[in-house]
Ligand binder design. Sequence first.
Ligand code: NAD
Length: 356
Amino acid sequence: MEKKIAVIRGDGIGVEIVNQALRVLDKIAEKYGHTFRYVDVTAGGCAIDAFGEPLPEKELQKCLDSDSVLLGAVGGPKWDTLEGSQRPERALLGVRQALGLFANIRPSCLFKALENACPLKQEIIEGGLDLVIVRELIGGAYFGKREILQTEGGKTAYDTMIYSEMEVERIGRVAFETARKRRGKLTSVDKANVLESSRLWREVMHRLKDEYPDVEYSDMLVDNTAMQLVRNPGQFDVIVTENMFGDILSDEASMITGSIGMIPSSSLGEGSRGMYEPIHGSAPDIAGQNKANPIATILSAAMMLLYSFDAPQECRDIENAVEKALADGYRTGDIMSEGKKLVSCSEMGDIILANL
Ligand code: NAD
């Protein structure tokens, strides 16, 4: 295969971790006879410094002209005081919106070698932990009408959680399809006992479930889901939910795997193009020190191979190489524990490459 990949290194540790992921992609290309061409995109804080805005049109266009996008992280204290529309994070929303990326897929998998990094008791994680959260990404309260009003008694603010049937149906289909590729179990999370938007969400999901009789479907209220994730996370395979609930639950789910430096994610739209990124930020406290864990970004590149390029074998190959590095006792600082071998960001890259 021949693919053009837009590469947003971004800010902070973004440069270091993306460089390791590209080395891994190059090795995969060599091994399987593929060609990956990389197009550098300047976005985030570095684009504010270079061009005065987080996502210039010509940089966005490079993403639109590519088969997929790989992102490190954006942001940092240098740009923290800028007004909302000028902040580095705007670049992410800009790419998501322009590419119509409405589905965020975030796996939470506890690697056997990292079990002691999990904050839950051993008996709770005995059965393993391997779930995926499918989060709606461009609807709901984060995109609805919002306002702060001057009223008589002081200020009043509101946000509107809004969903159309079409928006629920398209994310629902991604979730059912994802469940089909995994263990065939889907939990739809809402707050249908209180919210109208959740009642519509549930109505559409129930309509869809009849089309996917091979998927074992259930509904769960969001408050109960937050509790079940720490009580018995092994019960979940795929969770589908709206934007804000997904934002919160996916951070909870990632925490129980032990480290933020381990978790990849992908954002998908109607076609095969997606944006792939680690769930963590630019980690300004360790930027430029070759200390960052590159695994989340390397696994994001693996997800790109699976979801955008339909290359499951190549994806599995990378996952196995990562698992072996951990099983052999290699750790970056964030996942270090007694008796293990501490390595730098680039050394972790070397070890994973060698395993490939
Ligand atoms: P963060 O995820 O950058 O860092 C939180 C903590 O986790 C830090 O101690 C950091 O050192 C550690 N950490 C994160 N990734 C790591 C890795 N790969 N290896 C080792 N340790 C790692 O979150 P934050 O400090 O709240 O945010 C820093 C900046 O990143 C902010 O400007 C924020 O807006 C931005 N941010 C960007 C994204 C994104 O680009 N998608 C996401 C979240 C935050």
